[in-house]
Design a protein around this ligand. Structure first.
Ligand SMILES: [Zn+2]
Length: 267
C-alpha cells in the first residue's frame, strides 16, 4: 500500500496510540502529496503527476536523517484537471471540492495535534488551490504552519538538461515529465507512441503568454491534438535519473527547513 514511501514514514501505517504518544508533534512534518489522474498524451499513463509526487517524496523520505520526524499521508490521486477534460480518462474535481477536501484533511491533522502541514502538489493546473487552502487553514488555526509547495520548484538540474524551448513550452508530457517517468515507472512509458507537439498561434510580440506573468486561460484541446505539450521524443532514462536525483535532494532540504521553521513574529 505504501508504494515508493518507506513503510516507517507512511502515516496510515501508524496506530492512533502511536500518534497520541508521539513526541514534539508541533514540529513533526506531515506531507500531503496531491497529484492528478489526467491524460498525458499517447505515450504516458494517466497517473504521471501522482507517480512523480509519490516517487520524489518517497525517495526523499528514504534519504532524510532518521531523527527528523516526517510522515507522508496517502496520495490524493484526484485533482483539479478540468483543462484536460476533453480527453477521456481524465478525472477532475472542481476547485471547490478539492479545496474542501484539503480543508477537512487539515482539520483532522490539526485535531491529532500536528502543527506543520505540507501540501506537496505535482500538477501544474492547481497550485492556486494549494495556496488558497494554505492561507485559509493558517487563518483558521493561527498556530498551524502550512506550506503550499510545487514538487518541481525545489532546486533541480532540469534547466541544465532540457532545452530552453522545451522549458518554456514543454509543460505537459514533454521531455521533463517523460524522462522522469522513464526513471520511475519505465514499464508504463510507451516511447514508440510519443509525438512532439507544440501549441500553434501563441501570441507573438505580446505581453500575453500561456504560462508567463500575464497569462490567458486555455484548455489543452485548444493547444494540442495529442494532449502532449512539448517534445517527449527527446526524453531519456539517464536524464530522468539525474532530474529525479536532484528533485529528491531538493525535497530532503526543504523537509529539513520545514522541521526547523518557526513562523516569523512581528514584535
Ligand atoms: Zn503532468
Amino acid at each position: 500500500m505504501h508504494s515508493f514511501i518507506p513503510p516507517e514514514r507512511f502515516f496510515p501505517y501508524l496506530t492512533w496510540a502511536d500518534i497520541q504518544t508521539m513526541p514534539d508533534k508541533a514540529n513533526v512534518v506531515i506531507i500531503q502529496p496531491v497529484g492528478a489522474i489526467e491524460q498525458h498524451g499517447h505515450h504516458l499513463p494517466l497517473i504521471v503527476d501522482s507517480a512523480i509526487g509519490v516517487g520524489v517524496l518517497g525517495k526523499a523520505l528514504a534519504q532524510l536523517e532518521p531523527d527528523i520526524p516526517a510522515y507522508a499521508l496517502p496520495n490524493l490521486f484526484y485533482g483539479k484537471s478540468n483543462e484536460h477534460w476533453h480527453f477521456p480518462g481524465t478525472i477532475t474535481l472542481s476547485a471547490q471540492t478539492l479545496l474542501a477536501v484539503l480543508m477537512e484533511m487539515a482539520d483532522s491533522i490539526y485535531r491529532a495535534g500536528f502543527r506543520k502541514l505540507v501540501l506537496m502538489n505535482s500538477h501544474g493546473g492547481q497550485p492556486q488551490v494549494m495556496e488558497i487552502a494554505a492561507r485559509d487553514i493558517h487563518q483558521k488555526y493561527g498556530d498551524f504552519l502550512v506550506f503550499p509547495l510545487f514538487t518541481w520548484r525545489v532546486p533541480n538540474v532540469a534547466k541544465d538538461l532540457i532545452s530552453a524551448k522545451e522549458l518554456e513550452l514543454g509543460i505537459h508530457a514533454g521531455d521533463a515529465e517523460t524522462s522522469l517517468m522513464l526513471s520511475l515507472l519505465p514499464e508504463q512509458v510507451k516511447m514508440e507512441r510519443a509525438v512532439a507537439e507544440y501549441p500553434k498561434g501563441l501570441p507573438e510580440d505580446s505581453l500575453l503568454s500561456m504560462e508567463g506573468k500575464l497569462p490567458f486561460a486555455w484548455l489543452t484541446q485548444e493547444l494540442s491534438q495529442s494532449g502532449t505539450l512539448g517534445d517527449p521524443t527527446l526524453a531519456t532514462k539517464e536524464k530522468g535519473d539525474r532530474i529525479l536525483e536532484s528533485l529528491v535532494s531538493g525535497w530532503v532540504r526543504v523537509i529539513q527547513d520545514i522541521y526547523k521553521f518557526r513562523q516569523p513574529q512581528g514584535n
